[in-house]
Design a protein around this ligand. Structure first.
Ligand SMILES: NC(=O)c1ccc[n+]([C@@H]2O[C@H](COP(=O)([O-])OP(=O)(O)OC[C@H]3O[C@@H](n4cnc5c(N)ncnc54)[C@H](OP(=O)(O)O)[C@@H]3O)[C@@H](O)[C@H]2O)c1
Length: 341
């Protein structure tokens, strides 16, 4: 028998935590990718796990996390729970030798990140990736390449601000996880992650950072401005969930400028050269914005010891660690503390 026939094709088996719309989107991307099979669903409510998972083909439903991790038949878990729960759930996943896709922001402070890193060293076959969907898109990669061609960088402004319908709940005096310090919420931890990730991916580690938040009734930040200081320039981040912004994002060269319509959901990017001639950067924009990251993660999980995949993994992991540290330092600079801190 030839090697080709000996190779057995096997779908990646997926378990999920979280039954909200972001999981719908992830599952849609996984179906489009074609290498995935949803097998197991965890919810605090077993009936909800079944109602959610059955139409997607899942066959096992849990309302107990220990049971889910010990008996669930899956290779990879997607963790899409409120931020404050990620650390404990990811710990359990790694202890049970499951690969992990954790929603952003992965963890709430560098201590948690270090502990997860140590645990990964004890489980060397496990791969952990953070779902920072925007940095995996072909257009973002074009932007990175264009930036590398710019002789001088004099700064950038990156904006992502969208009014959240959940702020209506807050204004009505109701609870909302995303605006709750108990669940490690707030603007920086939510939409703020996108510009922070983009800045880290485009410019690397800044020398210092500071955050000026607009606080809301819940004690969390509703919007804010962060300034990242590098050797020769500043990067200003403008983000939030209690107002709408229609500003694009820009990187300033000397006479040239790079303009992106939206740092999190980029559909156009234009390079204006020194003569102000516009050059559109071209790349396919997926209808489902999670598709590029799912394709990238699939390649990693299917060949997790391949040298090229390991190189990607190392790059993503370092970026994830840097973003974790930046979010924490920004938050500390504004005096925003979560209950466990
Ligand atoms: N990448 C993206 O574009 C994107 C977009 C949106 C959100 N996110 C990230 O995805 C994660 C989830 O966000 P979300 O807005 O979906 O959160 P959410 O609606 O507050 O909660 C997500 C899921 O967690 C469970 N849950 C809710 N409240 C809980 C509680 N008090 N205790 C335990 N479990 C609870 C629920 O599942 P059960 O009821 O079934 O247990 C729910 O479906 C966050 O980390 C967020 O930053 C990413």
């Amino acid at each position: 028998m030839t090697e080709l026939f000996q190779e057995v094709w096997r779908m990646l088996k997926l378990g999920i935590i979280g039954t909200h719309w972001i999981t719908d989107q992830l599952l849609d991307a996984a179906v489009q990718n074609g290498h995935w099979q949803l097998t197991s669903v965890y919810s605090r409510d077993r009936q909800r796990a079944q109602d959610y998972g059955q139409p997607h083909g899942a066959t096992a439903f849990y309302d107990n996390l220990d049971d889910f991790f010990m008996n669930g038949d899956f290779d990879v878990v997607y963790v899409a729970s409120p931020n404050a729960l990620h650390y404990q759930q990811v710990r359990q996943a790694i202890e049970n030798d499951k690969h992990v896709i954790v929603e952003k922001p992965a963890f709430t402070n560098p201590d948690e990140f270090s502990q997860i890193e140590a645990l990964l060293q004890a489980h060397p076959a496990v791969r952990l990736v953070e779902a920072a969907r925007h940095i995996h898109t072909p257009l973002f990669k074009q932007v990175q390449a264009q930036l590398g061609q710019m002789a001088t960088i004099q700064g950038a402004t990156l904006t992502f601000m969208k009014y959240s319908s959940r702020y209506d709940q807050v204004l009505a005096g109701e609870q909302s996880n995303v605006f709750s310090l108990d669940f490690a919420g707030g603007a920086l931890q939510d939409l703020g992650v996108y510009p922070v990730y983009a800045a880290a991916a485009l410019f690397g580690e800044p020398n210092s950072v500071v955050y000026f938040p607009t606080m809301i009734e819940t004690g969390a930040d509703g919007k804010g401005v962060a300034i990242l200081t590098y050797d020769d320039f500043e990067v200003t981040l403008n983000f939030g969930k209690i107002a709408n912004s229609h500003l694009p994002s820009e990187v300033y060269g000397l006479k040239d400028t790079l303009v992106m319509d939206n740092i999190a959901d980029m559909t156009t990017a234009t390079y204006y050269d020194a003569e102000q001639t516009a050059h559109a950067l071209t790349a396919e924009v997926a209808e489902n914005s999670m598709r590029p990251e799912i394709d990238a993660f699939t390649a990693l999980f299917e060949a997790s010891n391949d040298l090229n995949q390991l190189k990607n993994y190392e790059t993503w992991f370092k970026l994830s660690r840097l973003v974790n540290s930046l979010l924490y330092t920004l938050r500390q600079s504004a005096g925003i503390k979560f209950p466990n801190e």
